[in-house]
Design a protein. Sequence first.
Length: 135
Amino acid sequence: RTSALAGQEDFRRIAVRALLAEFEAASRFPSAFGRFLSATAMALAPPTEVVLLGDPESQELADLLAVTNRFYLPHRIVVGGNPADLPPMPILEGREAVEGKAVAYVCQDFTCSLPLSDPSRLAAELEKSAGATNG
């Protein structure tokens, strides 16, 4: 996750090397390595990044977050809040609220959706990501 948030591919490579060093033991005793196997899956599969921008107290942003949380996206990263209050991160570059509305961006493999302010359109975009992730 840190790799995606920081925009540092080196972090992912380091994580993969560390995970591979323990892979034989995890293969023999998978029940003892549940978190390890989750981390391995995260390192090997591209995350779905959801950026939610707007007033954290607004119902619009709450509605977008509620839609985001309805989907099983095991490699999901959600970043959100008021754009003026968020620290600089590569995941936020070029992303902004539109006309004062709360918006969501869904990104995967360095490609992002257009800004989405309608919860049903966000749901449709996340449905596509969930389908790609789960099967």
